[in-house]
Design a protein around this ligand. Structure first.
Ligand code: SAM
Length: 228
């Protein structure tokens, strides 16, 4: 463990066994951990019997906490940044901290692990040699414009969506990209993990038979791709 390092540590997206042994070593050895929600990370650390100072660091507090974290790093302490699930900075807070640390010549080290988008791509069964990651589409303003833009995108498109908007999103895909094959991955790595596959209209036709709880990754196949 090197002093003054900022470690960006991936944590599981559901299944606690998906944490790496390197992540556990880093979390055990750093001076303190910045996390989105101290309760969520507290549960993870308790499971692995790690006791560590936790600092709340989320979208709301990021700008206020950066200087404090940097000062501690500059004084020779080491810090791990984690999010509630998956890889920090990927549709999660942390980018500004990483950027500020780089400006201050602080060493930033990535500890790779789970990520919902990559896990979904790996089981989608559609071309992944080139893809565009869009994260969450805008919720209101700009959503239609973004959908229009994406309808012109030829590559595989990877998006995140919440359970509250998944039906609306499938209806939008049916409107903007009715001929694109879609894979919806729900609750990856968890007990009720499943994937729905089909064209938007097919997924909507079957929608009433589906369980709409949990977390979703929605992948849209390349425009020229046809399932065999
Ligand atoms: N940083 C995380 C990562 O590396 O995947 C993503 C954080 S983002 C705030 C949370 C979104 O990721 C969820 O709303 C969902 O779209 C997706 N997600 C996270 N865990 C998931 C899971 N187990 N199954 C499906 N989607 C998941």
């Amino acid at each position: 463990m090197q002093k003054s390092n900022l470690y960006i540590v991936a944590t599981p997206i559901g299944n606690l066994h998906d944490i790496t042994s390197r992540a556990l070593s880093v979390l055990s050895e750093v001076d303190f951990i910045c996390c989105e929600d101290t309760r969520v990370t507290g549960i993870l650390l308790k499971h692995f019997e790690i006791k560590k100072e936790l600092i709340s660091f989320n979208a709301r507090t990021e700008s206020k906490k950066i200087d404090f974290v940097l000062r501690r790093l500059e004084s020779g302490q080491s810090c791990a940044l984690v999010s509630d699930a998956g890889t920090p900075c990927i549709s999660d807070p942390g980018v500004r901290l990483v950027n500020s640390a780089i400006e201050k010549d602080i060493n930033v080290v990535g500890i790779p692990g789970a990520n919902a988008a990559i896990t979904a791509l790996s089981i989608a069964g559609i071309p992944t040699d080139s893809f565009v990651f869009e994260g969450f589409l805008p919720q209101k303003k700009g959503r239609q414009k973004k959908l229009k833009e994406l309808s012109l995108e030829e590559r595989t498109i990877v998006t995140y969506e919440s359970m509250y908007r998944i039906e609306k999103y499938l209806k939008e895909l049916n409107e903007y990209m009715p001929n694109r094959f879609v894979v919806v991955c729900r609750e990856l790595t968890k007990k009720f993990e499943e994937c729905w596959r089909g064209f938007p209209q097919q997924l909507l036709d079957d929608y009433s038979n589906k369980i709409i709880k949990g977390e979703f990754v929605v992948i849209i196949a390349p425009s020229n791709w046809k399932q065999k």
